[in-house]
Write a protein that binds this ligand. Structure first.
Ligand code: ADP
Ligand code: ZN
Length: 201
């Protein structure tokens, strides 16, 4: 006879930058620790913001320790058999193998919590986030505040030298001079290459 629901599930927290994904991930991890679960936290090695490579840090300064990984397979290698909660931040930077890894961990009884940006600077689906939302039991979609108009923000505005980055610039910029703002759909700007050209009739 079974007592209560069986363990193992996938939760996804998505949204633009500054929408509070890391805060929410940290909150869920802290509560799992209070519940005396064995927790392991990972994040993409591409994100070294604020406190550096070995923690998940929110824009508000909250933090939990995290192991940097550069592939989904590495997570599978690093998860210990007795770990019951696996949290992964900046999941958009990891490969599509993350869908299979999350599914495998949940099937074997782990609670898997993934946080990531669901759209890139163009407003298009980012890495494995869309597929992760499909296989998850629970999806939380957060929004930030548009810094231009004050509405809810659902887009990442990339700026290079203060100007909107063009559509054809790379999805992931490493060590670049770019910065990001949260903006709503209407204030989001992604100039196409042909918008710079003067049309001669
Ligand atoms: P994410 O992981 O989604 O980038 P964080 O959890 O790191 O977000 O940070 C969320 C915090 O960022 C908010 O609680 C707020 O204090 C701060 N913040 C800064 N700029 C904005 C903004 N434009 N909209 C909403 N929150 C913002
Ligand atoms: Zn706006």
């Amino acid at each position: 006879m079974r007592h209560g629901p069986r363990a193992g599930s996938i939760e996804v927290v998505v949204g633009v930058m500054f929408s509070g994904k890391s805060e929410e991930l940290i909150r869920r991890v802290r509560r799992a620790i209070i519940a005396r679960r064995t927790v392991q936290v990972f994040k993409s090695h591409l994100d070294a913001r604020y406190a550096g490579l070995y923690s998940v840090t929110s824009h508000d300064g909250g933090a939990v320790d995290a192991a940097p990984v550069d592939s989904a397979a590495e997570i599978l290698r690093l998860v210990r058999p007795d770990t019951s909660t696996v949290a992964i931040d900046e999941a958009q930077f990891l490969d599509h193998g993350l869908v299979e890894v999350a599914t495998h961990l949940a099937d074997r009884g782990a609670r898997v919590i993934l946080a990531g940006t669901d759209t890139d600077f163009r407003g298009e689906p980012f890495g494995p986030m869309g597929a992760l939302m499909c296989v998850a039991e629970d999806v939380t979609k957060l929004r930030a505040i548009c810094v231009v108009c004050g509405d809810l923000a659902c887009r990442n505005q990339r700026l290079v030298d203060g100007r909107p980055a063009r559509y054809d610039s790379p999805t992931i910029m490493i060590g670049g001079r770019e910065s990001y703002e949260a903006r709503c759909r209407h204030c989001h700007e992604v100039p196409r290459a042909d918008e710079d050209q003067v049309v001669m009739l």
